[in-house]
Design a protein around this ligand. Structure first.
Ligand SMILES: [Zn+2]
Length: 428
């Protein structure tokens, strides 16, 4: 990797340097250290204003949502879904008719006026709820629904760097980014057959971002002067990559919802000699449960407000419920349960399968996001099915008659979405 640096053309070096200078100049005063995004419980420095590689938010954009949400609804969502303690009151000053929100710039607060209960305005969001769509037929319940599929991680030659790789003996290596792409490719025609307009956030095992670990070494050195390599890699495959995907989702694809496909895993230790566990499970994530330090970051606070005023959560929760029940019906997976007093996850509607968490993807995508975490890649139950690969119909795998794990995944998602839109679109 070091030798590659000397091969980078001069123009690229200049472009990167210019980009870094521009980025540094755009930090609000006082300038602060870059704060790592995830793991989200990591200490975030002394006075962090922004998350890693985040642009300062444009609070003026929220003016489109003046007088569109009532005080009761705003506070209810803030308390029950989006925060985990009363500390949010440090940044939100709630009055009878409006809220003043700290923007991260001293002396500058953003004022959002509440709607009067009987005078709620129309919501200027760029996506549609099921209830706002035209009626659809029984056999094409997704007619005209714009769905972006986001296959989690990158896979391919990047799978080791992103720590989504393990291998047992001479078996085919397990690479999450390749597996999610396979599910995405199976899911796309299923959704189209139901009438959906499907787009893919990525179609290959190459990154969406232009950044590479080498181009993020300077940013990493600011936080980890002694051993920046690992952080530079993480800034690449997680932070920069998901930020690039968010731009694609929000500015180009502009869907009605996003499906983030993942496979779960339990700690496997040495990737060349991984531990298998005798259990598997399923859970589904929606956006919420911002920790106190996350609410304290101006960009995260902006996104939190935007989730509330756009009315993302009610739609997300409804979609999540339908997809979770379809998944459980078809796979009989057990729920994955967070600790009940967890500071990073909140249970949603007492459904053991649905949890609110503040992940980079479900925060930055300005759309309802269904973030799926089924199966356990290093489970004795799922590993043989992953090794069996994709196939049609039913086969005997690990002594049991079963469908391909990839098709089972795709079918469960497609059926859950069909149920949701049949139930919630207007009837002709
Ligand atoms: Zn994943």
């Amino acid at each position: 990797m070091k030798t590659a640096r000397s091969l980078v053309p001069l123009a690229m070096v200049v472009a990167i340097a210019t980009g870094l200078v521009w980025w540094i100049l755009r930090q609000p005063a006082p300038p602060t250290a870059v704060a790592p995004d995830v793991p989200i419980d990591e200490p975030l420095g002394d006075h962090p204003a922004l998350s890693s590689l985040a642009d300062p938010p444009d609070w003026e954009e929220l003016n489109d949502w003046q007088s569109t949400i009532t005080r009761d609804e705003f506070v209810r969502q803030l308390e029950s879904v989006f925060t985990v303690s009363p500390k949010w009151r440090e940044w939100f000053h709630i009055g009878e008719t409006d809220v003043f929100i700290e923007t991260g710039v001293p002396e500058q607060r953003f004022r959002l006026r509440f709607a009067k209960p009987e005078l709620e305005g129309t919501n200027p969001r760029g996506w549609r709820t099921a209830a706002e769509m035209e009626p659809a037929t029984e056999d094409r319940p997704l007619e005209g629904v714009r769905i972006a599929i986001d296959p989690g991680h990158i896979g391919g030659r990047w799978a080791r760097i992103e720590e989504r790789w393990f291998q047992i003996g001479q078996d085919a290596p397990v690479q999450e980014g390749d597996m999610t792409l396979m599910v995405a490719q199976l899911l796309e025609p299923r959704l189209e057959a139901l009438g959906a307009e499907v787009s893919m956030v990525r179609k290959t095992t190459e990154p969406v971002t232009e950044y590479r670990p080498e181009s993020l070494m300077d940013a990493a050195r600011e936080i980890e002067p002694d051993s920046p390599q690992q952080l530079a890699e993480r800034l690449f495959y997680r932070t920069a990559e998901i930020r690039a995907r968010a731009r694609r989702v929000n500015k180009t694809l502009r869907p009605d919802l996003v499906l983030c496909l993942h496979f779960n895993a339990e700690s496997w230790g040495d990737p060349s000699n991984p531990t298998l566990v005798p259990r598997h499970h399923f859970h589904l994530l929606v956006n919420g449960a911002y920790t106190d330090s996350e609410v304290g970051l101006a960009d995260q606070r902006y996104h939190l407000v935007r989730k509330i005023v756009e009315g993302i959560h009610p739609e997300e929760a409804g979609l999540a419920e339908a997809v979770a029940s379809s998944f459980v019906r078809q796979t009989r997976l057990d729920p994955y349960l967070y600790e009940i007093d967890s500071k990073r996850a909140l249970n949603v509607d007492n459904n053991p399968y649905i949890w609110a968490r503040n992940l980079l993807a479900n925060r930055l995508y300005q759309r309802p996001v269904i973030f799926l975490e089924p199966y356990v890649m290093n489970s004795t139950l799922d590993y043989p099915r992953i090794q069996a690969g994709d196939y049609e119909g039913i086969r005997t795998v690990d002594g049991k008659e079963q469908p391909s794990i990839f098709r089972e995944y795709a079918d469960a998602v497609a059926d859950g979405l069909a149920d949701y839109y049949r139930e919630n679109r207007p009837v002709e």
